[in-house]
Design a protein around this ligand. Structure first.
Ligand SMILES: [Zn+2]
Length: 494
């Protein structure tokens, strides 16, 4: 009995020590948020800026992958509109048209030694999905101002960013501000269809001119509200990297034949087995990398068990990971995802098809590559009869931009100044943006839009009833103004 009692006591003691370790780690993990002094936010005429944005939404700048001149007139009218609405900007910055319709503005800095920076926002928009027009409460390209919002395709993605950047620069020029470092404003006209005619040649042009950008800020992650369990404050997520895009076509050719005498193994059966294997053998998930940095940064800001678990990944790591893998929106941050997107075979009910093909789309985590994914496909499918081919539009995951350095510092500080109730954390962008073309021109590429979003707002992105609140739009203008002021300060401190 004495022995049993001793063991129970020892176990209890171990439990107490463990609980104490967890508690200490939880309560002693300090906040990583920078503290800033309150600022006087720039005055903005909300009605006037909303009307200018609404006007820009009315140009149907839908881009096309195949036709570079698709909606050319609409783009040219938008360019003329911008010149008319932002006269000071156009009188002060040099404007160049690249690749037909994309724009590169240069705002010459006073200090030629200060490394230049770039803001990006694209002009093109996605079309209205056919059949959804009637679900819009306003005309999709009407640029309607109603109930405190600017409504219409592009109000959020991405004319909101473009126009708020221009409003910020227009106001800064009017106030007599001149930047220390040169500032580029880059606006692609084909972001939604690859950026190959816009962002890519602009990046090449800058490289050719010997420009090395200290940092780049493009559209990207948002100020999320109510999306992260355990976090009550809005979270400004700064995309440090974006996932790669890898579509692979799997084809299988077999002898076609009559279905009255089928072979033991059909083409459709073989391909189905291969696809099922790919779906059930996912690439590994991990709490490391950018997702790990995000949780590390957010943990001290959380409450309840989320704070305890995320502060003690040494103990709760497997539990947390399992939980995150359950939801597609967090699962995608932890691993290279596998999505079966196309399957084609057969056209007659009594004929065995001779050709079967399928497409699998992977979103590749930084650290992995198109080559490593292709190897995974071959190894998992393990069927030499199935051929694997790359899609031409595939792209590698981006490098991971630093959480230190002037770019991240300036963005972080500006968020805390303009959105004082919010917290800032690094994050991983799971979709592609134009900024991926700038990896050769800068080592610090960030993806963040100062747009507030609740879970119910997300379907509006590329969807029906796209809109931006005027209140938030004013904050966006204040954000870019303050960011450009802070960019200069960061240079001066270096
Ligand atoms: Zn966009």
């Amino acid at each position: 009995m004495a022995v049993v009692k001793r063991i129970v006591l020892l176990l209890l003691l171990a439990l107490v020590v463990l609980a104490a370790a967890v508690g200490i780690k939880t309560w002693r993990t300090p906040s990583r948020q920078v503290s800033v002094a309150p600022i006087q936010k720039a005055p903005v005429d909300a009605q006037a800026v909303a009307e200018r944005l609404a006007g820009a939404v009315r140009f149907k700048t839908v881009s096309s992958q195949e036709d570079p001149d698709y909606n050319r007139e609409e783009f040219l009218r938008l360019h003329a509109y911008l010149e008319q609405k932002f006269p000071r900007l156009h009188a002060t910055l040099k404007k160049e048209v690249v690749g037909g319709l994309s724009l590169l503005y240069t705002w010459q800095g006073s200090d030629p030694k200060a490394p230049p920076v770039a803001l990006m926002a694209h002009q093109d928009v996605v079309p209205i999905a056919s059949g959804t027009e009637s679900a819009w409460t306003t005309e999709p390209f009407g640029g309607t101002i109603k109930d405190g919002y600017v409504w219409g395709r592009g109000a959020w993605d991405n004319k909101g960013n473009l126009l708020s950047q221009m409003e910020a620069i227009e106001a800064l020029v009017a106030s007599g501000f001149q930047p220390k470092q040169t500032i580029y404003l880059i606006s692609g006209a084909d972001e939604e269809v690859s950026g190959l005619r816009g962002a890519k040649p602009i990046a090449a042009l800058l490289k050719e001119r010997g420009v090395k950008l200290a940092w780049v800020l493009d559209e990207g992650m948002l100020i999320t509200e109510g999306m992260l369990p355990g976090l009550s404050q809005p979270a400004a997520l700064i995309g440090l990297a974006e996932k790669g895009f890898g579509s692979f076509k799997l084809t299988l050719d077999t002898a076609p034949g009559h279905s009255s005498m089928p072979p033991a193994q059909s083409g459709i059966g073989s391909m189905s087995r291969a696809l099922a294997k790919l779906e059930s053998n996912q690439l590994p998930a991990s709490l490391g990398g950018v997702a790990g940095s995000m949780f590390e940064t957010l943990a001290p800001e959380m409450t309840g068990f989320n704070q305890v678990a995320l502060s003690n990944l040494w103990l709760f790591g497997p539990l947390v990971q399992k939980q995150l893998e359950k939801s597609p929106s967090t699962n995608t941050m932890l691993r290279t995802t596998t999505a079966l997107t196309i399957f084609q075979a057969g056209n007659k009910d009594n004929v065995m098809p001779g050709h079967v093909e399928a497409t699998v789309n992977f979103r590749i985590l930084p650290g992995e590559s198109l080559a490593s994914v292709e190897e995974h496909v071959h190894k998992t499918v393990a069927d030499d009869a199935i051929k694997v081919a790359h899609y031409p539009g595939n792209s590698e995951p981006s490098p991971v931009s630093p959480m230190q350095g002037p770019g991240y510092m300036a963005i972080q500080r500006t968020v805390r100044e303009v959105f004082p109730e919010g917290v800032v954390a690094p994050s991983l962008m799971v979709a592609a943006t134009d900024s991926r073309h700038f990896n050769g021109v800068s080592d610090a590429v960030y993806r963040f839009s100062p747009v507030r979003a609740k879970p119910q707002d997300l379907p509006r992105f590329h969807g029906t009833n796209e809109r931006i609140s005027i209140e938030n739009y004013v904050e966006m203008i204040q954000f870019y103004q303050q960011l450009l002021r802070n960019a200069g300060t960061a240079v001066a401190q270096d």
